[in-house]
Ligand binder design. Structure first.
Ligand code: GDP
Length: 432
């Protein structure tokens, strides 16, 4: 799917627009305690086109000097990682120096930029908004975060330019290696492809045409979705973290299966959970590698203990392979690849309708959904939908009466009888 970034100085209303775009969906909030910013990531769709939205936040306390550097950095990130940019300004304050700075950075961008003038709530302000032509970015869109007007026009134009969300049909699995900074991603990739790569780059705003590279290693053929090229020179740790989240978003969107690494000596913390969540919400396959296993003092219970902690963190989607290994000593890296290929196969497989019904109908007949308001739900027919990732439709008389716990039961039955390890499944109830 495509990625849209919202940039602009603080308090112009970026988060209001963000919240409107993602509606009731959950957002990832990446807040670094004790410092300055919240970053938000969410999914949105308009006219049937799905895309991700990143609100780059931008609340920073400190001198104006620091401030401007921060804004530069945000815009740079947006340029690197998004497919389109919404640049938000505020009609109340008019053009500020900082707006001009951002505009200057955006001149160089070869991606679509949408100038959104916020707080246009009345005719006078509509007239005032004309001044924003002076930013040199061409047409603009008037928005009002108070009454919600203008968002539709902006979105119509936006989705028009977004690349098609449909996954390209490649024969080869696309793997993304994701995780927090220092989890061992580069080490893993180097071990895998057997060549050192230059992972430090200072070039700002460089865009890459392709992020997939084809590999043939150890008898496996796959595309590695590139997360290398991460700028490791960032002075501030939180920037590195955010940069890495942006990279993860990008890589995950382009992948079929995510190999999620985390540092066993540091644990499966909230940031790792965020990345897992990203993969799950994007319907990608997942393999978890508990990396740096060589550093852990082990007894007979250690694997069990780790497994349990991880499963608690990723519940309810716990049907995920967990591998204990080391990028440094190359322990179990082949196992990781092998498993990623299996997960890929699980994600692409199609179960015959006859088989689904033969196996599952007797089970649902013996385990009917609870009656609701005195009415009984009868499931009559099950089919897998022709989508890129596993989705199943259960046709019945009263789909609206089937609640989440029963859907989870159905999902578990699917997992038990047809191997979907590592793959998120959607269960829909449909009217027969
Ligand atoms: P990245 O930021 O996720 O790409 O992490 P790197 O691959 O740069 O690794 C961060 C640090 O952890 C480096 O010093 C690596 O040598 C070290 N490292 C990575 N994997 C392992 C491992 O499996 N075991 C040990 N002991 N160290 C590791």
């Amino acid at each position: 799917g495509a990625i849209v970034a919202i940039v602009g100085r603080p308090n112009v209303g970026k988060s209001t627009l963000f919240n409107r775009l993602i509606q009731r969906r959950e957002a990832i909030v990446d807040s670094v305690s004790g410092v300055t910013r919240d970053r938000h990531y969410g999914k949105s769709d308009w006219n049937g086109k799905e895309f991700s939205v990143i609100d780059t936040g931008g609340y920073v306390v400190g001198s104006d000097d620091v401030f401007e550097k921060e804004i530069d950095k945000q815009v740079e990130l947006a340029i690197d990682e998004s497919d389109a940019i919404i640049f938000m300004v505020d009609v109340e304050s008019g053009i500020t120096g900082m707006d001009e700075e951002v505009a200057k950075l955006l001149y160089k961008v070869e991606k679509p930029v949408f100038l959104a003038v916020n707080k246009v709530d009345n005719a006078k302000r509509e007239a005032d908004a004309v001044e924003f032509y002076a930013l040199g970015l061409g047409e603009y869109y008037n928005l009002s975060s108070i009454n919600g007007s203008g968002t539709g026009e902006l979105l119509d134009a936006l989705v028009e330019v977004l690349p098609e969300g449909a996954e390209e049909e490649t024969e080869l699995p696309r793997f993304a290696v994701v995780g927090r900074p220092n989890a061992g991603k580069s080490s893993f990739i180097n071990a895998l492809i057997g060549e050192e790569r230059n992972i430090v780059t200072d070039v700002a705003g460089t865009t890459r045409d392709s992020i997939d590279t084809k590999y043939n290693r150890f008898g496996f053929e796959f595309n590695l979705v590139d997360t290398a090229g991460i700028r490791k020179k960032s002075k501030v740790r939180e920037d590195l973290e955010f940069y890495s989240v942006m990279r993860s978003v990008r890589a995950i969107e382009h992948s079929d299966v995510c190999i999620l690494l985390f540092d066993a000596t540091r644990g499966f913390d909230g940031q790792v959970q965020n990345i897992f969540w990203l993969a799950e919400r994007n319907h990608k396959g997942v393999v978890i590698l508990v990396n740096k296993w060589d550093l852990v003092d082990k007894d007979t219970h250690t694997v069990k203990k780790y497994t349990q902690l991880i499963k608690e963190a990723i519940a309810p989607f716990t049907d995920v392979p967990i591998i204990f290994g080391s990028a440094l000593t190359k322990q179990r890296l082949l196992k990781v690849l092998e498993t990623a290929v299996e997960v890929y196969q699980n994600r692409t497989k199609k179960i015959k309708t006859s088989e689904l019904n033969n196996v599952l109908l007797p089970i649902v007949e013996n385990n009917t959904p609870p009656a609701y308001k005195g009415k009984y739900v009868k499931i009559k027919f099950i089919t897998q939908l022709p989508t890129h990732h596993p989705q199943f439709a259960f046709f019945c008389n009263l789909p609206q009466y089937v609640k989440d716990p029963y859907k989870r039961f159905l999902e578990n039955q699917l997992r038990e009888h047809f191997d979907f390890t590592g793959v998120p499944i959607d269960v829909f109830m449909r009217k027969k």
